[in-house]
Design a protein around this ligand. Structure first.
Ligand code: NOJ
Length: 772
């Protein structure tokens, strides 16, 4: 029987970016089948017409009763994992009775085979089950949390992580992952920021595509590919005050310009399924939103897969105050465009009656059933329902050494060097005694973060201490003292301080491993403070008094307020939750075996009062006056600057990169014409390294106000010391499109500024004009 119930977490994938990246495709144009910018894969291949499949499904559906049809629209959890409130037991019996067509939170070849047998041997029509799971950032081998992976800005690496996750999950019977989470997130109080790609529309869209491709590969018939889910549709990241599941109230323009593009990109890349969000949009819960699910997703974007709800989100339309009872909620959901009810048992209990009463047209039920059966067919389950449940393949696949190596590689790429005063890092050979101090220094369970699927949390994860001990040169001692606690209840305690201070005093350097318990981010993990929880800050201040160099290694799933640390410690690394091989990856960076190359996918505020703060904000009519920081009657705080602690796109390296001034091949472009921006980047430091070269644009005057900067391209390059390379970005008017005052999508003629540089706050500037 099942391993113990566990809690949450999840994952992703990527693509080689070439110079000249493109903006997300127009939101409201029909998606072209070939909208794969890198052009190397055809992950939307499943959309191709298949007359044989159509005949097979039509024959099958002709035999189905309404109850059997409703069964295909119902998805329940097994008791192997818990990812929400438990409301229904007895799923085996439901399978036998044909009351459910899909199961989630069940895995291993053996267990999925056992459950599949119930469906294909004990039900009348023998329709195979579809097995779903939250495979978010790894299945067994766990990669950094999704926000961390995104900090790599390395689309190939992200795609590879998703590919490996799919390979492991599919070997354990999983057909379908509830990932990628493509919600733009701009409020770090919201714990689910950790599950996505951060605050940016453009970066988020590229990463969405990479992850869909990684999970689905180029052919769903391959036994190592799984269906992807773009979630949570839509605008879940805009929860008011960062409180999970809270109300969303944003304009239609913000929905279109900020929250929808990553979903559109995922749909264009062929994401097979979409998951609705818990929140309302414009007063209508997403699971009841005909506008989102039918008008936008199906009609405007041409989505051909199926839509699943989030966990009991149909039921939740009752407390939302949108439905008077569950039966009405089910009718509203299916009529809006929901195909599958996740865990709510609302369709199961009420839909047949609603059809009989004429409240739901059976044609809508048939559409939903067809979309789901098609996916089962395309996965090859009607040929062999057990093809994913193969114990020999499972044994040969999970925790493969090359997967673990890839997890280490992605983890080191995800680490961001935030500060490095006096080249405190990499560690010098003279550091003969190293003190690892802090609650995250030797904690296996924290390394893999939340949504860690079937990943082992107890034995396998390599801690920071273990990584350092394995790497430290002979003759160097690495010792550990926890010193502080990271639970809220630890605030004010000092019990571990003396031991930690004593260790620090006799050591050459302190590595302070601090941050948040893994369960403080992810679902239902909102905070009102971004401070280091517990008594960590107090310990850090005591450690400072020892006069020893302090390297702060942060592990968390959101930006923390570390203004004090920025002013007082020697170096800071943001390591997120780095995954199964995290300790090795951090040691690789601390010792300089890997030169850090991560860049922040999210702005780090100075304190929580600045939230929401993101780089592509609007200017206001009374912007601050840099020449007069104390000016009155301008848009500023009295007690904190407007600027963040660390801006989006920021991250240091052990080498330095010099940028030439950016040059443009022309000063004006007409619609359809290409503009090329070129910059030469030189590795001007003493080590080989990687840099993420970023292109930002500002539309100076619009029919509606425009952000002060928007990312429109990036390229991650590797340069040997002394090497230089010219990077070229190509833009057209399509890259400058937005939702205009009349709500149409397109660009507007006028003046633009453009910057190319190492972050959203730096870069050399040029100007151009878009003419009529
Ligand atoms: C609720 C979460 O919001 C969603 O992301 C997840 O996929 C489902 N539970 C299933 O575990």
């Amino acid at each position: 029987m099942p391993p113990m119930k566990r809690n949450l977490t999840r994952l992703t994938l990527a693509t080689l970016m070439v110079a000249g990246t493109l903006a997300p495709a127009p939101l409201f144009a029909k998606p072209a089948m070939s909208n794969n910018e890198a052009g190397t894969m055809d992950s939307a291949g499943w959309m191709r017409p298949d007359p044989k499949m159509d005949r097979f499904i039509a024959d099958l559906m002709a035999k189905m009763t309404i109850d059997e049809k409703v069964g295909q629209l119902s998805l329940l959890t097994s008791d192997w994992d818990s990812t929400g409130p438990t409301i229904r037991q007895g799923y085996q019996d439901d399978i036998r009775k044909g009351r459910i067509g899909s199961i989630f939170n069940a895995f291993t070849a053996k267990y999925t085979r056992e459950l599949q047998r119930l469906a294909v041997e004990e039900t009348r029509l023998k329709i195979p089950l579809l097995f779903g799971y939250d495979v978010i950032h790894g299945h067994r081998t766990i990669f950094p949390i999704s926000l961390g992976e995104s900090a790599s800005w390395d689309l190939k690496a992200i795609e590879k992580a998703a590919r490996i996750s799919a390979t492991e999950a599919s070997a354990e019977g999983i057909h379908w992952t509830f990932a990628p989470m493509v919600d733009v997130a701009r409020d770090p109080r919201w714990g689910r920021m950790s599950e996505g790609a951060g605050e940016d529309v453009y970066l988020g869209s590229k990463i969405a595509v990479a992850r869909v491709r990684g999970f689905q590969g180029d052919d769903l018939k391959r036994v190592d590919t799984i269906l992807a889910t773009a979630k949570h549709f839509a605008a879940y990241g805009a929860a008011q005050a960062g409180r999970d599941y809270h109300t969303v109230d944003i304009s239609e323009r913000t929905l279109r310009d900020v929250y929808l593009p990553p979903f559109k990109a995922a749909a264009d890349a062929g994401a097979a399924t979409f998951m609705t969000s818990f929140n309302e949009y414009d007063g209508v819960p997403a699971s009841g939103s005909h506008y989102l699910l039918t008008d936008v997703l199906r009609k405007k974007w041409g989505f051909k897969g199926f839509v699943v709800t989030d966990y009991t989100s149909i039921n939740e339309m009752v407390p939302h105050g949108y439905s008077r009872d569950l039966k009405q909620a089910g009718e509203q959901a299916i009529n809006a465009g929901v195909d599958m009810d996740l865990q709510g048992a609302v369709f199961m209990d009420h839909l047949a009656k609603s059809v009989a009463e004429g409240k739901v047209d059976v044609k809508r039920v048939d559409e939903a059933v067809k979309a789901i059966l098609e996916m089962k067919y395309r996965l090859g389950l009607f040929d062999d329902p057990y093809r994913y449940s193969d114990e020999a393949r499972e044994k040969a696949t999970v925790y493969r050494p090359d997967f673990l190596e890839a997890a280490r590689e992605v983890a080191r790429k995800s680490i961001v060097l935030l500060k490095n005063k006096g080249n405190a890092l990499p560690l010098a050979a003279s550091a003969k005694s190293i003190a690892v101090i802090g609650p995250l220094g030797n904690s296996k369970e924290d390394m893999i973060g939340s949504w860690s699927a079937a990943g082992d949390r107890k034995e396998r994860p390599v801690t920071l201490l273990e990584g350092m001990q394995a790497r430290a040169p002979k003759g160097t001692t690495v010792a550990y003292a926890q010193g502080a606690g990271y639970q809220f209840a630890d605030a004010g305690k000092r019990d571990g301080f003396a031991e930690a201070i004593a260790l620090a005093q006799k050591s050459d350097v302190i590595i302070a491993a601090m941050g948040e318990h893994w369960n403080m981010t992810g679902e239902a993990a909102s905070r009102t403070s971004l401070d280091l929880p517990g008594n960590q800050q107090a310990l850090l201040e005591e450690l400072k008094k020892t006069g020893k160099p302090i390297i702060l290694v942060l592990m968390s799933g959101r930006p923390n307020s570390i203004e004090w640390a920025d002013a007082n410690v020697d170096a800071i690394l943001e390591a997120w939750y780095p995954g199964t091989m995290g300790g090795h990856a951090i040691a690789d960076v601390l010792y300089g075996d890997y030169n850090p190359s991560g860049k922040l996918p999210v702005t780090f505020p100075r304190n929580v009062g600045q939230v929401p703060i993101y780089y592509d904000m609007k200017n206001t009519g009374r912007p601050i006056k840099p020449e007069d920081p104390n000016a009155k009657y301008v848009s500023r705080y009295l007690d904190t600057p407007n600027t963040p602690l660390y801006p989006f796109g920021y991250g240091l390296s052990y080498t330095s990169f010099a940028y030439s001034p950016v040059t443009l091949d022309k000063a004006k472009i007409r619609p359809g014409e290409k503009l090329t921006a070129s910059v030469t980047v030189t590795n001007s430091g003493a080590r080989d390294g990687e840099e993420v070269v970023q292109l930002y644009v500002r539309d100076l005057v619009g029919s509606v106000t425009r952000p002060v900067k928007e990312l429109k391209g990036f390229e991650k390059i590797s340069l040997k010391k002394g090497e230089k390379r010219t990077i070229r970005f190509t833009l057209t008017d399509a890259d400058l499109a937005f939702t205009r005052q009349d709500m149409s999508w397109g660009s507007e003629p006028g003046q633009f500024k453009l910057w190319v540089g190492p972050s959203s706050a730096e870069g050399s500037e040029a100007a151009f004009e878009l003419t009529e």
